[in-house]
Design a protein around this ligand. Structure first.
Ligand code: ADP
Ligand code: MG
Length: 615
């Protein structure tokens, strides 16, 4: 409990004791001053807020409703009721602020990945510095038990990393020299010497923290609806109460005190706080629960939309497959196998494409960058670079056609990287990729969730693309697509969905950032993917596991169900109480009790959204 909440608790306890004493004291003419004293003790801030709101022109909120109702009760001579209503209201408020605080805390706790310092070596001594002061390319040391402060590559050391805070994955990940590490993981065993590849602001931790902090800015339709609803609802209720107080006494000779009493009860009942609080809280909980599982959702609107997913469109390389290719054959023409691989690896040295990374890996020797000039990437085709003064092109048959090299088909299965030296064909390298362990399961899970269609888009050849699609059980596959074609295909698919249905595109961000932003919901692989993807995407999967798409959809459905339960429940009880109140079947205590009760239950229900372990 915060200090403010504790103070409120003491205020409530003191007022409750004083209020209870009033029932035993023969107050006589002192009754009004005594009750007023207790009333101001418990309610001064509500009254003050109501007055301030009126001064700011924002009249209708729950403070106003409570002030009006309780002042009204006093005016009618029902002092105890006035105090009681205020007391209950404050108990409800305290509970609510406690519940909201708790949810927030559990989200910040689970987001407890911000590193406090980085160790650097200076004149043979290890000193701690602010992670923000470490430049790219500097060497940092991470001891066992410490958080990795910045993204980088391991220079030296062997250790296992606890990535649970980022990916929800409990199995530790083993890293050794040459492996990339991301900030926010915890180094479990050995000492690691890491060369940083990003400054702190650009590191994974900062991005995730930003993302989670800003996620509540993007409101769900339901949230916007509730805000709008409250905007119209409160004035309507106040007008209703006014009519109830004035019309019967004026037109039908009713008793003033009787009808004003009913109008006040009507006011108390109509307070919409349960909805206004519990719905954003549910979405907040859903987003927090998702991030616990390594799924970062950038806003309530996306969490809401996921439940309506109809089509799921996948990129192949790096999304459904690992994107780490093994070289299965090298078929040179005129030059040696080693020379062919060397040319390819050098030409690919500046690219981030999974194919490039794999070729460099297969080459095994360190890359001498001074031999490579004018490296350019031709997206969807391959690369071109000047190596040792010769123009090397490496890529698919389309690229060979473009430069007029006389390429040859290969009988082996796999992705073919053709290589040309000064526009003369020099042979090809066959590489093959493996599908991710959970890829087939992902398609099955999505089918079970009622997803109408799963589609794969790839720039790879027909043979490779169709083999993967068949293996995984996808409904449709489109091959040989350039990055621009992927956008066109997604636009075609967008036409196929129903009015409220949503299209999800899942990619690794290499060559597909435009598609990610074109889809209704773009999901990016965060671990493997590029920074551009994480920026363009609406949802980021930290552990690159496609099955987390199904998890995200389940979390979304669960959150929306909780939201619906809260709407139906609180509006239902409100409606019932309004009716009872109008017919004088509910008094003011019952009204306020129902109001606080509904709010407590709605908030408790909302906090269930945070629990996502079972999905
Ligand atoms: P995907 O849709 O499978 O993710 P891309 O659009 O990234 O594929 O690439 C499509 C095709 O273009 C690849 O299958 C490959 O043949 C070729 N290609 C793209 N980039 C490169 C590269 N850096 N080196 C070699 N070939 C490449
Ligand atoms: Mg790709």
């Amino acid at each position: 409990m915060s200090r403010k909440q504790k103070k409120m608790l003491y205020r409530i306890l003191a007022s409750a004791v004083l209020f209870a004493m009033a029932l035993f004291l023969p107050l006589g003419t002192a009754a009004l001053p005594y009750y007023l004293l207790v009333y101001f003790l418990i309610g001064w801030d509500v009254l003050w807020q109501a007055v301030r709101n009126i001064a700011h022109g924002q009249v209708f909120d729950e403070n106003f409703l409570m002030a009006l109702a309780t002042v009204g009760a006093f005016a009618l001579g029902e002092y105890p009721e006035g105090v009681e209503v205020m007391l209950f209201y404050q108990i409800g408020e305290l509970f609510q602020s406690y519940a909201v605080g708790r949810s927030r805390q559990s989200i910040t706790a689970l987001m407890d990945i911000r590193p406090d310092y980085a160790n650097i070596e200076q004149d043979g001594q290890i000193i701690q510095v602010d992670p923000e002061d470490v430049a790219v390319g500097e060497t940092i040391l991470i001891k066992a038990g410490e958080k990795i402060p910045l993204d980088g590559v391991v220079l030296e050391g062997d250790s296992s990393l606890d990535t649970a805070a980022l990916t929800g994955e409990s199995l530790p990940r083993h890293v050794t020299a040459g492996d990339a590490v991301i900030s926010g993981c915890i180094n479990q065993s050995g000492l690691l010497r890491v060369q940083t590849t990003q400054v702190f602001e650009e590191s994974t931790v900062s991005k995730i923290l930003d993302l989670v902090e800003n996620s509540s800015m993007k409101k769900a339709h339901t949230e916007n609806f509730i805000t709008k609803f409250a905007h119209y609802y409160t004035p309507i209720v106040v007008t209703g109460a006014l009519l109830l107080a004035l019309v019967p006494p004026l037109l039908f000779g009713g008793l003033w005190s009787d009808w004003i009493g009913r109008a006040l009860i009507f006011l108390v009942i109509s307070c919409p706080c349960a909805l206004v609080i519990s719905i954003p809280l549910s979405f907040f909980g859903g987003i927090g629960g998702a991030s616990r599982r390594g799924i970062l959702v950038k806003g309530s609107n996306y969490l809401e939309a996921l439940a309506q997913t109809e089509l799921v469109v996948f990129d192949k390389t790096g999304t459904l497959t690992h994107g780490t290719f093994q070289v299965s054959a090298v078929h040179p023409q005129q030059i040696s196998e080693a020379a062919l691989l060397e040319f390819a690896a050098l030409a690919e040295s500046y690219s981030d494409h999974p194919i490039s990374r794999s070729l460099r890996q297969a080459y095994q020797k360190p890359i001498d960058n001074t031999r490579v000039e004018q490296a350019t990437e031709i997206s969807g085709h391959g690369v071109r670079a000047v190596v040792d003064g010769k123009t090397i092109c490496a890529g698919n048959s389309r690229l060979m056609e473009q430069i007029g090299a006389d390429w040859q088909e290969c009988h082996l299965a796999g992705t073919v990287v053709h290589v040309a030296v000064d526009s003369v064909y020099a042979g090809h390298i066959i590489i093959s990729d493996e599908v991710k362990e959970d890829a087939a399961q992902t398609i099955r899970l999505l089918k079970q969730q009622g997803i109408r269609k799963t589609v794969m888009l790839t720039g790879d050849t027909k043979a490779v693309g169709e083999a993967v699609a068949k293996q995984l059980g996808l409904d449709d596959v489109y091959t040989g697509l350039l990055p621009g074609d992927k956008v066109t295909k997604v636009e075609e698919l967008l036409e196929q969905k129903s009015l409220h249905g949503k299209l999800v595109f899942v990619g690794d961000g290499i060559n597909d950032a435009p598609v990610l932003s074109r889809a209704d919901i773009g999901i990016a692989m965060g671990g493997l993917g590029s920074d551009a993807a994480i920026e363009a995407a609406d949802v980021v999967l930290m552990d690159d596991a496609p099955s987390k798409i199904a998890t995200a959809i389940s979390i979304s459905k669960n959150t929306l169900q909780i939201v619906r339960q809260n709407i139906v429940f609180s509006l239902g009880v409100k409606g019932l109480m309004l009716l009872l109140g109008a017919f004088r079947l509910a008094n003011m205590q019952a009204a306020i009790f129902a109001d606080v009760g509904v709010m407590v239950l709605a908030v408790l229900n909302a906090s269930r959204a945070l629990k996502t372990d079972r999905f």
